[in-house]
Ligand binder design. Sequence first.
Ligand SMILES: NC(=O)c1ccc[n+]([C@@H]2O[C@H](COP(=O)([O-])OP(=O)(O)OC[C@H]3O[C@@H](n4cnc5c(N)ncnc54)[C@H](OP(=O)(O)O)[C@@H]3O)[C@@H](O)[C@H]2O)c1
Length: 268
Amino acid sequence: MSFNTKVVLVTGGSSGLGKSICLRLAKAGHTVFGTSRKANGQHMDGYTLIAMDVTDNASVLRAVSEVISQAGRLDVLVNNAGLGIQGAVEDITPELGQRLFDTNVWGPLRVCRAALPQMRKQGGGCIINISSVAANFGLPYRGFYSASKAALDRMSEALSTEVDRFGINVVTVQPGEFNTTIGDSRLRPEVISEAHKPGYEKAMAILGGSMHYSRDPDELAQVVERILNDPKPKARYVVAQGMQKISILAKKLLPGRMFERMVRKHYE
Ligand SMILES: NC(=O)c1ccc[n+]([C@@H]2O[C@H](COP(=O)([O-])OP(=O)(O)OC[C@H]3O[C@@H](n4cnc5c(N)ncnc54)[C@H](OP(=O)(O)O)[C@@H]3O)[C@@H](O)[C@H]2O)c1
């Protein structure tokens, strides 16, 4: 193995952003393992797809030890596997919200807990958590998606300060909208209340339209590749277009109610 090639584990390597990250890193010469709930160790274009369900601790432990036994080490973990959710806050049952958090928050925690002992043993490593621009706002009708990604960001921030002393970098990446099929697997409430239906349907129509015209996942993969090659990466990377980036700044600068009015106007 050459000095600069790394052993990388990407959760959710079967589609969308995770697949693009696997393809790009494999092409650059890294040893890449992607994961899927349906995988059986098949070889993709330059990377191996192994089985992992991030909601199942035994499956996470099995996959991480498979990487270490096959490659001898684990340098980079990309916590990418994630789900979307749609629905008014009032329509989301705690059970449905729990399912989302199980994948988007407890999932990355399980994988970090499985990977960190090996990284510590090696004297360093890098954990890249794929969050979302949505972590910065309570997006209407996607409130629990925002909440799960905000939780992931705060967890990453704390973890980063705790593991820096072991030479382990923790990085948060906040993508804006990328052209993937994430919308197809979004969790949805069984019942959409009449009161919320008009606002919900309008918001979903706007979201569907903007996702359709969103960016190529390889652009996000390029940022991940840059992070991986940087010995001192930043704590957070926002990979989003103009308006989404401006909204993050506006949220910081504007009084809360003024920002809410702006969001309402966008969705109306
Ligand atoms: N697309 C966007 O615009 C966008 C924007 C911001 C953030 N993100 C974030 O980027 C990440 C990837 O999203 P994407 O758009 O690429 O979605 P996607 O195309 O739906 O891919 C999701 C990936 O996650 C895996 N996955 C889902 N649940 C899993 C579980 N329980 N255990 C293991 N793997 C699981 C899926 O693998 P299998 O189904 O094969 O198991 C799949 O490979 C997510 O964290 C998402 O929140 C996406």
